[in-house]
Design a protein around this ligand. Structure first.
Ligand SMILES: Cc1cc2nc3c(=O)[nH]c(=O)nc-3n(C[C@H](O)[C@H](O)[C@H](O)COP(=O)(O)O)c2cc1C
Ligand code: SF4
Ligand code: SF4
Length: 266
């Protein structure tokens, strides 16, 4: 079967998943690629027509070894209608645990036929210049591997007579999945002296946890600690310094600094 159209779908607060999904899509070599980013509230989701040759590249980050609950919620608005799905999870060099198997199960539930899956390393959302974790990932080597993964997947698809013809994807992970993280009230802290109330942080927050009232105010019950606002703040006013996330990052920096490589499954 020929790859005709590709639609990419991602949830990607700090943009690393988005970059890897684009690299995979480039490798698929389709004539038409359409990108759908479900990171922000109210984002439009793709529609699949059910015609042969439609491919989805679905990418999410790993949060506590699982697919982030908010990403699951947004993906559930999509109907796969038999389209083939290429699955991408990105993780911060600790492990992806049950996230890839969970994404494979979810994609089947949505009506996709998962055909390939990859777990890619990306800079950890909690990483800082002082205590880096997978800093600079995905790098050129990761992007090349993601594109090669797309090419290999296109070759697998070409060999298929139909979308359901012998496609059985097995990926690592356990069922039942490990318990997700029941996040306590937590949020980035703000140095109010640096805040200019520019609103950049609120604009990138996937869950609408930030309001601007003279300074940025964050609802710690809504916050998913994704770090998007920290990276977006032009005055470097926001950080996890002084929160339990900083302690966690210290541990990640100590124990998970050995470089891991992408893992690919067909
Ligand atoms: C709340 C939270 C939990 C995370 N849990 C894990 C994890 O279990 N294992 C891991 O290796 N990385 C973990 N990470 C790191 C992210 O998976 C990684 O940084 C990812 O690339 C972020 O994707 P994005 O740039 O698309 O937002 C976590 C990040 C956050 C914010
Ligand atoms: S407030 Fe929380 S959820 Fe919103 S962007 Fe910042 S870290 Fe992410
Ligand atoms: S991005 Fe930074 S400076 Fe702008 S409103 Fe948010 S915290 Fe304040």
């Amino acid at each position: 079967m020929k790859t005709r159209t590709v639609q990419t779908v991602c949830f990607s607060p700090t943009r690393t998943t988005k970059r890897l999904v684009a690299a995979v899509a480039a490798g698929l070599g389709a004539a038409s690629v359409k990108d759908w980013d479900l990171t922000l509230r109210g984002a439009q989701a793709p529609v699949f027509s059910g015609e042969a040759g439609e491919i989805a590249v679905i990418g999410v980050p790993v949060y506590a070894g699982r697919v982030p609950a908010v990403a699951v919620q947004r993906l559930r608005t999509i109907q796969g209608r038999g389209a083939l799905a290429v699955l991408v999870v990105t993780y911060g060099n600790r492990h992806y645990d049950d996230a890839l198997i969970e994404l494979a199960d979810l994609s089947r539930e949505l009506g996709f036929v998962p055909v390939a899956g990859g777990a890619f390393v990306a800079e950890h959302s909690f990483s800082t210049p002082e205590l880096p974790v997978a800093q600079g990932r995905p790098d050129a080597s990761d992007s090349d591997k993601a594109t090669a993964f797309g090419r290999q997947t296109a070759a697998k698809i070409l060999a298929l007579a139909s979308a359901t013809d012998g496609v059985e994807l097995e990926v690592p992970g356990n069922r039942p999945y490990k318990e997700g993280w029941n996040k306590p009230p937590l949020k980035p802290l703000l140095d109010e002296r640096l805040c200019t109330a520019c609103g950049e942080c609120a604009a990138v927050c996937p869950v609408g946890a930030i309001s601007i009232n003279g300074v940025a105010t964050t609802d710690d019950t809504l916050c998913i600690v994704c770090a998007a606002c920290i990276r977006a703040c032009p005055s470097q006013g926001r950080s996890f310094m002084g929160t339990p996330i900083a302690e966690l990052n210290q541990k990640l920096n100590t124990h998970f600094s050995t470089r891991r490589e992408p893992e690919l499954f067909f």
